[in-house]
Design a protein around this ligand. Structure first.
Ligand SMILES: Cc1cc2nc3c(=O)[nH]c(=O)nc-3n(C[C@H](O)[C@H](O)[C@H](O)COP(=O)(O)O)c2cc1C
Length: 254
């Protein structure tokens, strides 16, 4: 084990979410159920994102996984503070986020997971700010600023794949999702793939945004059109989320 691997192993400890430089650590946990940690980045716990996440968890459980869900809006936390403690050579903070707010427990659960499920609404053409803050805190500590001296390639912190599934909900119609939001989704999922090894996604478009349209001042879209799309397409989105959740478990490397 070289120095960097030793640091990573010491920082994360046994039972952390993936093997860092040692192929034996996670294997020692085999025999237990794979654990999927789900992060709900929507403030609403029973709307589109939450429903998609529930289906994805059902799919994961159908393959023998145990699941637990964290609702980000229940936590008071900051985004990355750019302190770079997670990149320090000395001390024991390399690879760790040192901010001690309530998100620490969520980050710990993510780091002990075998697979991750994320869900976020689209707010102003990107995933909501709360999900972005979470991703900064989760990903930056395990996204080293180092390149392999021989290959020149950017190094990865995790040496195993921790499969990630991402569900999104948005008001935008399907063509806008593809043509306009495509680069944004590619960017987020590209970082996730680089850091965790894989990322699958389900995009629910043209969502039914309110439980009762009569209560809101809206004439930008027609409730009948929204309802028709919801009745036709949302069951398909839910099934895709279920299949994605089931598929994640098959990608786990124990
Ligand atoms: C603050 C805010 C900004 C939004 N901005 C967008 C947007 O830029 N594009 C879009 O497609 N939908 C946008 N929406 C709609 C939500 O993405 C949509 O209602 C989604 O279904 C929310 O997820 P939820 O149903 O799980 O709460 C916005 C909603 C809110 C509240």
């Amino acid at each position: 084990m070289n120095r960097r691997e030793a640091i990573k192993t010491a920082v994360l400890g046994l039972g952390s979410m993936a093997v860092m430089g040692s192929g034996t650590m996670l294997a020692s946990c085999s025999g237990r159920k794979p654990k999927v940690v789900t992060i709900n980045g929507s403030p609403r716990r029973d709307m589109n994102v939450a429903k998609l996440l529930q289906k994805a968890m059902d799919g994961a459980e159908s393959q023998g996984a145990e699941t637990e869900i964290y609702h980000l809006y229940g936590y008071k936390f900051k985004g990355c503070m750019s302190c770079f403690s997670c990149k320090k050579k000395v001390g024991n903070s390399n690879g760790k986020c040192v901010i001690h707010d309530s998100l620490a427990e969520v980050l710990k659960a993510c780091r002990e997971a075998d697979a991750l499920l994320f869900g976020a609404p689209i707010y102003y053409d990107n995933v909501c700010g709360t999900m972005r803050k979470f991703l900064e805190r989760l990903m930056f500590p395990i996204d080293p600023y180092t390149v392999n001296q021989e290959t020149g390639e950017r190094e990865r912190f995790l040496t195993k794949t921790v499969p990630v599934g991402f569900v999104y909900a948005m008001n935008a119609p399907e063509n806008m999702r593809k043509d306009f939001y495509g680069p944004m989704f590619n960017s987020i999922e590209g970082y996730i793939r680089h850091i965790f090894g894989s990322c699958d996604a389900v995009y629910a478009t043209n969502t039914y945004q309110f439980k009762d349209y009569n209560r809101y001042d809206v004439n930008l879209f027609r409730e009948e059109d929204k309802r028709a799309w919801r009745d036709k397409q949302f069951p398909i989105d839910l099934q895709n989320a279920y299949d994605m959740g089931a598929g994640l478990i098959k990608k786990i490397q124990l």
